[in-house]
Design a protein around this ligand. Structure first.
Ligand SMILES: Nc1ncnc2c1ncn2[C@@H]1O[C@H](COP(=O)(O)OP(=O)(O)OP(=O)(O)O)[C@@H](O)[C@H]1O
Ligand SMILES: [Mg+2]
Length: 233
């Protein structure tokens, strides 16, 4: 994948029989290996945008191209296959498998990876080695978030979608996680689309897109700074 192109992408929900635009005619282009950071207030459409680009959800209007292929034309089976092949996710609400341990959850990610990855090493990076045989209900929110990050990294996807990946983490763990994301971005040419509320974190990106009320209000070119050097807000 060399680029992703959004053309007049809208997401419309019917609220009290009136259309509500969660996203309104968004135009944007993402190049391979870019780190795109999405900033915006709660309800501005960040998660909606991520879900559309990744193929988790469908656009109401507009087109979405991976290279020259319009994925809005795919049927459900084809879209699922596309997503499994290309996209990795770190969800805002973790979406972990409750009946599996930490190790097994990360293993699920690695099972769909194109290349073999070292599950134990990834668990170590997120600082979860001593918890690796615990089940999800035995973990704190931040620990679950780290499992979700490890699982996404283990999949080694072409595009990694991260929705507030460090929202529940302390500064040290958060910066280590961001370091790992930047590291795979460089080593594996992984494209990263990352949502955050933290303006400090935005500085790790190549471009920062600001959203408000379902629209992109500003696109800022940024010179990346290292995660360890960001100001943690
Ligand atoms: N299934 C749905 N039905 C109706 N409205 C929805 C639905 N999903 C999202 N919305 C609305 O769309 C808007 C954008 O939601 P979205 O989840 O993308 O916001 P967000 O920017 O990710 O916010 P946050 O920072 O709180 O996660 C919100 O006003 C939300 O209420
Ligand atoms: Mg959200």
């Amino acid at each position: 994948m060399e680029k992703i192109v959004l053309k007049n992408v809208s997401k419309i929900y019917m609220i009290d029989e009136k259309p509500f635009y969660a996203l309104k005619k968004v135009n944007f282009e993402i190049k391979k290996q870019e780190i795109i950071v999405v900033l915006g207030p709660s309800g501005s459409g960040k998660t909606t945008l991520l879900n559309l680009i990744s193929g988790l959800d469908r656009v109401s209007e507009g087109n979405l191209y991976y290279d020259d292929v319009d994925i809005t034309k795919f049927n459900d089976a084809k879209l699922t296959k596309h997503r499994q092949k290309k996209s990795g996710f770190i969800f805002q609400n973790y979406n972990l498998l409750e009946y599996l341990t930490v190790y097994q959850n990360v293993l699920v990610g690695s099972n769909v990876a194109q290349e073999k990855v070292d599950v134990s090493e990834i668990i170590k990076v997120v600082g979860m080695t001593k918890h690796q045989h615990k089940y999800m209900h035995q973990l704190s929110g931040g620990e679950q978030q780290r499992v979700s990050i490890a699982r996404a990294i283990a999949k080694n996807p072409e595009v990694l979608f991260c929705d507030e990946p460090t929202g529940a983490l302390d500064e040290t763990t958060g910066k280590n996680v961001l370091d790992k994301l930047v590291d795979i971005n460089q080593k594996m040419q992984t494209t990263i689309v990352l949502v955050t509320h933290n303006p400090g974190i935005a500085k790790i990106g190549d471009r920062i897109i600001k959203m408000n009320s379902g629209e992109i209000t500003e696109v800022i070119k940024n010179k990346r700074i290292k995660p360890q050097d960001i100001e943690w807000a």
